[in-house]
Write a protein that binds this ligand. Structure first.
Ligand SMILES: *[C@@H]1O[C@H](CO)[C@@H](O)[C@H](O)[C@H]1NC(C)=O
Length: 243
């Protein structure tokens, strides 16, 4: 009878654990991708950005509205900006830019990127705007801690003592909360900066929020939440059976 019960337990415990390990590996990979966004011009990297800012390439969208005091701003600024089509993308640690459709140039060092540009390519200093956003607003460290915590959960789930699994629930919960704060921060900051930059550009500048980065962030939060609920559920069941 006892043997049967133990067998039943180990069977139910084996497969969920593998699912949790898989979820944890997936969330660590997604967080790493998110943090590595824009770090190189290779493959999908330039597509993983928090915010992009660029010039409209000679097209000027006339600003209008009840609060527009000086409608001439679009024309004047449009003439000043000219036909440049420079686009800058901002990741957690790096910046990518391209002055014309074609290859991306990415670097952690914005100074070295700016050195290669002529004044007519970046007339109102969008590279500087991007660099300041990355330096002063983007905050990658919660995400790094969350990735480290997820790895700890991974290790805690491996061995058998159920006590460690209770700890794992707590650590995993903390990791999920840090990811939630980080993604909310990333989302809010990017949307706010995009809106302000577009309006300040008076129709000469476009901005966008990186959809891929948002999906990576929110998806990681979803995976970690699933893991917390799952591990908690199985620790509870195990405790019930043990009693
Ligand atoms: C960034 O690049 C500039 C110019 O290429 C160089 O002077 C500076 O030392 C670099 N900074 C870092 C932190 O590598």
């Amino acid at each position: 009878m006892t043997v049967l019960k133990v067998e039943f337990l180990s069977l139910t415990f084996l497969r969920p654990r593998h699912v949790f390990l898989l979820l944890l590996v997936a969330s660590i990979v997604l967080m790493s991708l998110l943090l590595a966004g824009c770090s190189s011009s290779f493959s999908v990297m330039p597509r993983i950005y928090l915010l992009n800012i660029g010039y409209n390439g000679g097209t000027v969208y006339q600003v209008n509205g009840a609060t527009v005091v000086n409608p001439q701003a679009s024309v004047v600024l449009g003439n000043f900006v000219g036909r440049t089509a420079l686009e800058v993308r901002i990741g957690y640690f790096s910046i990518c830019l391209r002055s014309s459709p074609g290859g991306w140039l990415c670097s952690q060092n914005a100074t070295s990127l700016a050195e290669n540009l002529n004044p007519y390519e970046d007339p109102i200093n969008l590279v500087n705007v991007a660099q300041n956003f990355r330096e002063k607003i983007v905050f990658p460290y919660l995400l790094i801690i969350a990735a480290a915590l997820s790895f700890i959960v991974f290790v805690l789930i491996l061995p058998y003592p159920p006590l460690l699994k209770t700890v794992a629930v707590g650590v995993c919960f903390l990791s999920a909360v840090l990811v939630l704060i980080s993604v909310l921060w990333q989302h809010t900051a990017s949307v706010a900066a995009a809106n302000v930059a577009t309006n300040l550009g008076n129709g000469t500048v476009f901005t966008g929020v990186g959809i891929t980065a948002m999906i990576l962030g929110w998806f990681t939060f979803g995976l970690l939440t699933l893991t917390v609920i799952g591990v908690y559920f199985f620790v509870a069941i195990h405790a019930l059976h043990a009693v």
